[in-house]
Design a protein around this ligand. Structure first.
Ligand code: NAD
Ligand code: MG
Length: 408
């Protein structure tokens, strides 16, 4: 089909707004004969920010909308679903070919799982979905044939490195042959060279200063604690059917190489690109085709002129687990299974929310809370969405009660 009908969940966020830029770009390319498909945006969902949602709906001619908290803003004459399950309703009620899952946090899980249940291909930015419920989402995708096309830059990179090894789209059913390990890169965030004490006492402003990427607040804080890399190791486990021992992280401050795959013959294949999320968003939208994009390539060759003058050398360092203790939670979650991912993820979300809200909260408190929650909140079996949501609720409640005790 030459038209691909697209639903964007989280359209007003960092990924969502960049996705709409990519849609505009690809449709212009299609008009000029540069790409076979055109995209029709058939649904948009957001949490708050109803005014921007309304503008997007008007600009892209979208009638089916979802908003969790409209806060009194009217969204015109479209078909608007309202409330915490609005995004899931949108997915269930509106026919489409592809869903971009770009809601932040486990709030995105029910709608993303619904898309997978309906057999829709999912361009997946919302990594928390796989962390909290990979053991439900992945088998469901195999049953319905829904593809999970990675938007997270590291996973988009791994998938590119595997082309020629595996023709199957993620989530893979078995580990790709000949892969010895996968290395996900991390910029190291604003505290890469900071001491343990400096990290513990850091403020919100310091933690929000990401050196290489511009992203939503939650993922920016996760990048500063390296929790983002822990979430991504779990995400890679589910997308590429790899055991924890085969997934590593490397600190790479230039954010030029996004992932490296090492094969049994000691060859390593890396994917390099300018850190710009419009690249991986587009590759999920157009795969397996490669077409002109909005991203400026990295400078490298002698023909790159002025840009080459700014090119840097590439460094790779082992991450320091003692300064960034959340990194290792990934391996524990992969080992323990059940609701452990839902618990770690929800504890982290709740701690990050508090850090973003409370002026007096220090950065180090996030890691303390998450590590304590892992020891304190009971892990149970995960057999249905309700199990994941219940574990999520218990972990949040636990973090809130700890915070209340400290403050009160
Ligand atoms: P963001 O905070 O900028 O945007 C989040 C979006 O989700 C907003 O549109 C918001 O309105 C919506 N939302 C929140 N709660 C909702 C709810 N209950 N119902 C419906 N919509 C809701 O976040 P972001 O940076 O765009 O990140 C989105 C996801 O993509 C996250 O899972 C993040 O980890 C992942 N990701 C982001 C980047 C990036 O560069 N921003 C890179 C890789 C992965
Ligand atoms: Mg990433």
């Amino acid at each position: 089909m030459a038209t691909r009908r697209l639903i964007i969940l989280g359209s007003t966020g960092s990924i969502g707004t960049q996705a709409l830029e990519v849609v505009t770009h690809l449709n212009a390319l299609h008009e000029r004969g540069g790409f076979s498909h055109r995209f029709e945006v058939v649904g948009l969902a957001a949490g708050k920010g109803a005014a921007l949602l309304g503008q997007q709906a008007q600009r892209f001619g979208v009638r089916d909308l979802a908003i969790a908290e409209p806060n009194g803003v009217s969204l015109g004459d479209g078909r608007v679903r309202v409330g915490s399950d609005a995004a899931e309703k949108l997915v269930r009620e509106v026919e489409c070919d592809l869903v971009l899952a770009a809601i932040v946090g486990s709030a995105g899980l029910p709608a993303t799982l619904a898309a997978v249940e309906l057999g829709r291909d999912v361009a997946l930015a919302n990594k928390e979905t796989l962390v909290a419920a990979g053991s439900l989402v992945v088998p469901t995708s195999h049953r319905t044939g829904a593809k999970l096309l990675p938007v997270d830059s590291e996973h988009a990179a791994v998938w590119q490195c595997l082309q020629g090894v595996s023709t199957e789209a993620p989530a893979l059913r078995s580990a790709p042959r000949g892969v010895r390990r996968v290395i996900l890169t991390a910029s190291g965030g604003p505290f890469r060279t900071a001491s343990r004490d400096e990290i513990a006492g850091a403020t919100r402003e310091q933690a929000l200063k990401h050196p290489t990427w511009t992203m939503g607040a939650k993922v920016t804080i996760d990048s500063a604690s390296l929790m983002n890399k822990a979430l991504e190791i779990i995400e890679a486990h589910w997308l590429f059917a790899l055991p924890g021992e085969k997934i590593e992280a490397a600190v790479h401050p230039q954010s030029a190489a996004h992932a490296v795959v090492e094969f049994d013959d000691a060859s390593m294949v890396a994917q390099l690109a300018t850190p710009d999320m419009r690249g991986p968003i587009q590759s999920a939208f157009t795969c397996p085709n490669r077409v002109a994009s909005l991203v400026t390539p990295l400078a490298m060759g002698s023909g790159d002129g002025v840009r080459a003058a700014r090119s840097q050398s590439l460094q790779f360092e082992a991450p320091d687990g003692s300064r960034f203790p959340l990194l290792h939670t990934a391996y524990r979650v992969i080992r323990e299974g059940g609701t452990s991912g839902a618990i770690v993820n929800a504890a982290n979300e709740e701690a990050v929310l508090a850090f973003l809200r409370e002026d007096s909260m220090k950065f180090g408190r996030i890691a303390e809370l998450v590590l304590e929650a892992i020891e304190s909140v009971a892990v149970t079996r995960l057999t249905c969405l309700g199990d994941a949501l219940e574990a999520d609720r218990r972990a949040r409640e636990w973090v809130r009660s700890r915070l209340a005790r400290r403050i009160g």
